[in-house]
Design a protein around this ligand. Structure first.
Ligand code: ADP
Ligand code: MG
Length: 303
């Protein structure tokens, strides 16, 4: 189990992580979310031992993860980290990049492993292609395959699908997360995409102003977000009588106390997001069809 105990970290005088504590068990996935600049990347770097802490401890199976003050070489073999700006060897092929840190002692096993990994990131047909010829998204997939190649015990992913287009994202995400579950790898993923969290993460942690402001299962945080920041991660919402109500929890009813003038309808695929006003306040709800601008409707909450 990864144990993070009251860690404090600053860049110079600027405190970025203030007293964070949490745990991640082997095979579990923790999603870290928060606005840009909230410290997600810094946290991942601290967890791999890239920086020295000014307080607290990080432990994996009772071994301290230490920073450069204590280690000649940054990082640990059992932790793999894929940075937001991933680094690859541009002049060698995809399969050579993936196999770079695998032992050459058992060439057949090595080849099998590389073939399996190419499958996970769906790059089999690019095995022999030089990395410099790949698109940003393809390079990101090579970086992911390289990170899981030696079956680390912990993997730290910083916005791992940010360069990957929607066509590929869904299946890649499924492949990668189920691979890590199968191999019992603990995963911490910094993300701004709710699709990475819902359905894949066991726990979700929200960072704001150097602190953890929420830490629970994605389902619990989705259903009872408590903070607007948490709700905003999942979708459009309103605050009605001091309560957070998602747009998809409101529906048009025959009559209610909530009288809305419709301002705009936005096509969302499976429904329309409708923007309206209640007096001078904006309100958002979902509806199966478009509603005419200027129309007056009443809203109620779905049961
Ligand atoms: P996130 O990944 O959530 O966007 P970061 O961890 O990158 O956030 O950044 C957190 C804060 O630390 C930001 O205010 C950022 O400007 C600052 N920061 C990040 N890296 C450095 C650095 N190497 N030196 C100084 N400040 C940094
Ligand atoms: Mg970042």
């Amino acid at each position: 189990m990864l144990q993070v105990k009251n860690i404090v970290f600053s860049y110079g005088k600027t405190k970025v992580l203030n007293d964070l504590s949490f745990q991640v068990e082997a095979g579990k996935c923790l999603a870290v979310i928060g606005e840009s600049g909230s410290g997600k990347s810094t946290l991942l770097k601290v967890l791999r031992g890239e920086y020295d802490l000014s307080g607290g401890r990080v432990l994996w199976k009772d071994e301290d993860i230490l920073g450069p003050k204590f280690n000649l070489v940054i990082g640990y073999d059992f932790i793999k980290y894929v940075a937001q700006e991933f680094e690859l060897e541009p002049y060698i092929s995809v399969e050579e990049n993936i196999g770079q840190f695998l032992s050459n002692f058992y060439p057949e096993e090595k080849q099998e492993r590389v073939t399996e990994l190419l499958g996970v990131v769906e790059l089999s047909e690019f095995a022999k292609t030089k990395v410099k010829l790949l698109s940003g998204g393809q390079k990101q997939r090579v970086a992911l395959a390289r990170a899981i190649a030696k079956q680390p015990e912990i993997i730290l992913l910083d916005e791992p699908f940010s360069h990957i287009d929607n066509f590929k994202k869904q299946s890649l995400r499924r492949n990668l997360f189920s691979y890590m579950k199968d191999k019992n790898i603990a995963c911490i993923v910094a993300t701004h995409d709710k699709e990475d969290v819902l359905g894949y993460a066991d726990k979700m942690m929200v960072l704001d102003e150097n602190k953890i402001v929420a830490l629970d299962s994605p389902k619990q945080l989705y259903e009872e977000p408590k903070l607007p920041l948490v709700a905003s991660f999942f979708g459009e919402f309103n605050i009605i009588d001091d309560e957070i109500v998602y747009a998809n929890r409101l529906k048009v009813v025959d009559i209610s106390d909530l009288k809305v003038i419709v301002r705009r309808s936005y096509f969302k695929g499976d429904c329309y997001l409708i923007e309206g006003t209640v007096g001078t306040n904006a309100i958002f709800f979902e509806n199966a069809s478009k509603i005419k601008t200027g129309a007056q409707v009443f809203l109620g909450q779905k049961k």
